[in-house]
Design a protein around this ligand. Structure first.
Ligand code: 3PG
Length: 305
């Protein structure tokens, strides 16, 4: 059977090679569309039984064109790019690959923070992360890696996650927090790891940011949609000490960069999961999951039940 790998932001070549090998060993043929548009995906998908994507949009239009499609695997964590209801209506199984790229995202959190607090290496004195407070907003796979690395920096780490037991956080050596207000109020640094869902969209804005202690830094490697951008702009205007760093550029990035060149910092492209290791981990997991699903309906990580 044919499996389409459609990635507008390509995997590292070593990962593509591995994906091809996994699919071929299972008797499938890889069709590769890199740096393509949704149109390119649609043009290639008609006779494909499997689809592997990253943040690429998979909606009704794509699924209507995919007459043979049985399984879509999002090589990564967040699946807000896939219309789950449509997939279910089309009888397509959707899976993600939880945990496979989380270390890469967590490492970038600290890369960006160090860049920020060392004043982008401009020769002036910055600050250190040691002994500073870090609040992790959602303690999933990325949040756990952020906590592990933060402890290495000597930060004081706490986290909010209603789905995680206090004892599990305590066992990881971090402090559980039980309200979002408390998280923002007590931490100079807050790292966002909530998924983009109808409940979380635009859920972070001025009301939370203004609670942050002096010199508060909000870092977002999750999704731009979880920020209320108008309210973020108001918070940055009201609090001259607050800074915002994101790997998921806001729509108003240019305006914020112009107004606050020292206080905001955005990667030019979303780079969190863009390492060879993360591409290999997530890409190979996706290829294996597609092969297992096409073999016997394996669906351990199905998200559209
Ligand atoms: C994820 O949800 O796995 C990350 O945001 C990475 O997304 P990407 O594959 O588009 O880089």
């Amino acid at each position: 059977m044919k499996v389409l790998v459609a990635t507008s932001k390509p995997f590292a070549p070593v990962a593509v090679k591995g994906i091809k090998e996994v699919l071929e060993a299972a008797g499938h043929e890889m069709v590769l569309v890199e740096k393509g548009t949704k149109e390119d995906m649609i043009n290639a998908i008609a006779d494909c039984a499997g689809l592997i994507v990253r943040s690429d949009i998979v909606d009704k239009e794509v699924m209507d064109a995919a007459k043979e499609l049985k399984v879509v695997v999002r090589a990564g964590a967040g699946y807000d790019n896939i219309d789950l209801a449509e997939a279910t209506a089309h009888g397509i199984c959707v899976m993600n690959t939880p945990g496979q790229n989380s270390n890469a995202v967590a490492e970038l959190v600290f890369g960006m923070l160090v860049t920020l607090v060392r004043n982008r290496y401009n020769g002036t004195s910055g600050t250190e992360l040691k002994d500073k407070t870090l609040g992790i907003h959602a303690y999933g796979q990325v949040g756990r890696n952020v906590a592990r690395i933060a402890k290495g920096f000597g930060m004081k780490v706490s986290a909010l996650d209603p789905w995680v037991k206090d004892e599990d956080m305590l066992a990881d050596g971090i402090t559980p927090v039980h309200s979002v207000e408390e998280l923002y109020q007590n931490n100079q640094y807050v790292s966002l790891h909530i998924p983009a869902t109808p409940q979380t969209k635009k859920s972070v804005g001025k009301a939370l940011i203004e609670l942050m202690p002096k010199n508060g830094v909000l870092i977002n490697t999750a999704r731009k949609e979880v920020i209320d951008e108008e309210s973020l702009a108001e918070a940055l205007a009201a609090r001259e000490d607050v800074r915002y760093v994101a790997d998921v550029k806001p729509d108003i990035a240019a305006e914020l960069e112009e107004k606050y060149p020292e206080r905001v910092f955005f990667t030019p492209k979303k780079m969190g999961a863009q390492t060879a290791e993360a591409n290999i981990n997530a890409g190979l997991a996706a290829a294996n999951q597609v092969a297992m699903h096409l073999k016997d309906g394996w669906n351990r990580f199905q998200v559209n039940k």
